[in-house]
Ligand binder design. Structure first.
Ligand code: ZN
Length: 257
């Protein structure tokens, strides 16, 4: 792992690319939210990696088949750290880059909704793994506010069902065994292919098909900037790699851009 210290000159160089860019696209992963107190579920030290039972909670097949598992999943949703979390300086810096007219699309692997709470507009964001702030009925497809379903759990319903059709409700996230939304993926690909600078922040770039996006951007001639606390498979192809805390790096870049 490279431990090159962050230098003002390297940040200044990245910022100069941002200033010259017409369109900047960012891809964010768990690393952007860890400083808001939300653990990385899939990483080497992740909750799921250390507890296979927790991963079962996120398998669509098991979820649909096993009521006990759904009861456990609702308890886990109630206790999720995201409900008490607030956006950090990294989230706010990405919102600032949009306000400055630089960031046109923010693709996030996170389901916590913190980018929107920080001020990123709904039209600019693609939540490629869905959102935990809504529920979806697995039978009729109706979506509703997660808070209302959680209120039902708090008042004693162990596995609240769809109010419209009685079907199984699940958080509107992409579970294991579920495909990504094709239109979201297509929008993300088009954004990557039409940007001047692609920033990958807090993502290990190992979860496909999202991990193809930097390649799409590079092939179309964009510069690739990687901000992450550990190496990624794309580091050798990147124009700049910064291994420093995102809540420090992103605000400095947003201020200089
Ligand atoms: Zn329904």
């Amino acid at each position: 792992m490279s431990e090159e210290p962050i230098t003002q000159s390297s940040l200044e160089e990245i910022a100069s690319w941002l200033r010259a860019a017409g369109r900047v696209v960012a891809l964010t992963g768990a690393g952007v939210s860890t400083e808001s107190g939300i653990p990385d579920f899939r990483g080497p030290q992740g909750v799921w990696t250390k507890n296979p039972r927790a991963e079962r909670l996120s398998s669509l097949q098991h979820y649909l088949a096993d009521k006990e598992l759904r009861i456990e999943a609702w308890r886990a949703r109630l206790a999720h750290p995201a409900w008490a979390a607030t956006p950090n300086a990294g989230h706010r810096a990405l919102a600032e880059l949009e306000r400055k007219g630089k960031l046109t699309t923010l693709v996030t692997q996170n389901i916590d909704g913190l980018h929107q709470l920080a001020g990123t507009s709904a039209g600019a964001i693609i939540e490629i793994h869905g959102t935990m702030r809504e529920v979806v009925c697995m039978d009729c497809g109706e979506r509703a506010d997660m808070n209302r379903a959680l209120d039902r759990v708090r008042s004693g319903e162990e596995d609240p069902d769809c109010r419209t059709c009685g079907g199984i409700l699940k958080s509107a996230t992409i579970s294991f065994g579920q495909s990504l939304i094709a239109e979201d993926l297509e929008r993300a690909r088009i954004a990557a292919e039409s940007c001047d600078v692609f920033i990958a922040a807090g993502t290990s770039l190992t979860v496909y098909p999202v991990a193809h996006l930097p390649n799409a951007a590079l092939s179309a001639g964009a510069r690739l900037v990687i901000l992450n606390n550990e190496p990624t498979p794309y580091d050798r192809l990147a124009d700049a790699v910064v291994n420093e805390p995102l809540a420090k790096v992103l605000p400095r870049l947003a201020a200089l851009a």
